[in-house]
Design a protein around this ligand. Structure first.
Ligand code: UGA
Length: 447
């Protein structure tokens, strides 16, 4: 009989995982503690913007015409405990307020709520990004709380999906990492992931701490790559180099690779920034803090980029204050194809200029509602052309395709001054210059 799967937490990770599990043919029950989310999901609506996710949900959510009916949602822990053979915990682990460490309260609450309802053999699989050592602790807690005792087992299976590509990354993962303590757990997870494994996804079997560490080290490596190229951008600024050419040239070396070398205002979002900080905090607790002091530098290079974008704008406007200047900001999401504005470099830059007296108007294709909630004092426009109307400078801060496809000649008619600053090195300088714009990007003073 096909396995029954539950997914606890229905954010980017959980909602996508639940829909993907249904797509793979399993009966799935998703749980969240937020009633509004569950109501939306039951109607086949996604509480955030993620390309392709709504279609996949609607294909499987029970009660939707033509759906497979394999995916249902609930708020009832007893029902979840009763239903599942395998329970995926996908709740978030944000940064603790005022600390580097991550906040484990949602993960802990999920285990405390689920375990008392596990009356028979069950595999609980942690997917949340957690400090190394958590799985060991949670496994013990599970046995303690579950009526099934030792039959309630834990596995750790980190997730590597990227926002904007969540559906594809979940259905066709570039690797599946599972930390297990028994053959039974391994067998169950091989069954869950049989389809992607057959299609070629490598299945990496490991212990708990390694599984936890794979996730935080992967994100640390990605953050390091971005900060490396941003550090090179700073040197290019000082030496009249061109960081885009530099990245292209070093990227030809296969050992370095071309990806994740786009210089600009740096990384943000709900993962990279908090993950490297939580990793440093955990290493400190383990007495291995020296090993990760370099991440402090990675973090500060990254945060410095936002300030440098502000300074670039100030200089471009003549070097004085922002008072009375109209600044158009294209982009609010932390990356394109997402409506996520958590720790968004674009909004951070917009906010800094606003606080210094600039009249900032923001437009983003999908992130407007979330941006308004986070920065209610900024002005917002309904389109790129409205955002740039009367602007003294245009800042390109999230590299949406829509912005690359803008016609600089048309935009030029709307602005006061044809001055564009590219915080993502994603626009084509030639195209803008031909339309009479002054183009300036980070790390390319002469390009
Ligand atoms: C990241 C990882 O890439 C995923 O593998 C991981 O699963 C996920 O975190 C997670 O921990 O859940 P995500 O936060 O969706 O995924 O975003 P990324 O695509 O990694 O981009 C992060 C930030 O880096 C964005 O702000 C992006 O604009 C910036 N970035 C990316 C650059 O500034 N330059 C680049 O070359 C690439």
């Amino acid at each position: 009989m096909a396995l029954k799967i539950t997914v606890i937490g229905t954010g980017y990770l959980g909602a996508t995982h639940a829909a993907a599990m249904a797509e793979l043919g399993f009966e799935v029950l998703g749980l969240d503690v937020v009633p509004e989310k569950i109501e939306m999901l039951k109607r086949g609506e996604v509480p955030m913007y993620e390309p392709g996710l709504e279609e996949l949900l609607r294909k499987h959510v029970a009660g939707i015409e033509g759906s497979s009916g394999r995916l249902r949602f609930t708020m009832d822990w007893a029902e979840v405990g009763e239903f599942g053979d395998v329970h995926f915990v996908c709740v978030n682990t944000p940064q603790k307020h005022g600390e580097y460490a991550c906040d484990m309260s949602y993960v802990d609450a999920a285990f405390e709520s689920l375990a008392p309802h596990l009356h028979g053999p069950a595999l609980v699989v942690g997917k949340s990004t957690v400090p190394v050592g958590s799985a060991d602790r949670l496994a013990a807690r599970l046995v303690e709380l579950a009526p099934a005792g030792e039959d309630a087992e834990l596995a750790w299976n980190p997730e590597f999906l990227r926002e904007g590509f969540a559906v594809n990354d979940t259905l066709h993962p570039d690797r599946i990492v599972v930390g297990v303590r028994s053959e039974r757990a391994e067998k169950l997870l091989r069954e869950v992931y049989a389809t992607p494994v057959t299609a070629g996804s490598p299945f990496v079997l490991t212990d708990f701490p390694t599984a936890e560490l794979v996730k935080t080290s992967a994100n640390s490596f990605l953050a390091t790559k971005i900060s490396f190229i941003n550090a090179m951008a700073e040197v290019c600024e000082a030496a009249d180099g061109d960081v885009v050419k530099l990245a292209e040239a070093i990227g030809h070396d296969e050992r370095i690779g071309k990806k994740f070398l786009r210089a600009g205002i740096g990384f943000g979002g709900g993962c990279l920034p908090k993950d490297i900080r939580a990793f440093m905090a955990r290493a400190g607790e383990l007495g291995a803090d020296q090993a990760l002091t370099f991440l402090r530098e990675i973090d500060s290079i990254n945060m410095r980029q936002r300030g440098q974008m502000v300074e670039l704008a100030r200089e471009a406007l003549g070097g004085g204050s922002f008072l009375g200047k109209r600044v158009a900001v294209l982009g609010a999401a932390f990356k394109p194809d997402s409506d996520d504005v958590r720790d968004s470099p674009a909004l951070n830059v917009a906010g800094q200029i606003h606080l210094q007296g600039g009249q900032v108007t923001v437009y983003d294709p999908k992130g407007m509602a979330n941006a308004r909630r986070l920065f209610p004092t900024l002005a917002y426009a309904d389109s790129a052309i409205e955002a740039v109307r009367g602007a003294d400078v245009v800042l390109h801060l999230t590299e949406w395709r829509e912005f690359r496809e803008l016609d600089p000649a048309v935009l030029g008619e709307a602005v006061t001054t044809r001055l564009v600053l590219d915080g993502r090195n994603a626009l084509d300088p030639e195209v803008w210059r031909r339309a009479g714009w002054t183009y300036r990007a980070m790390g390319r003073p002469t390009a």
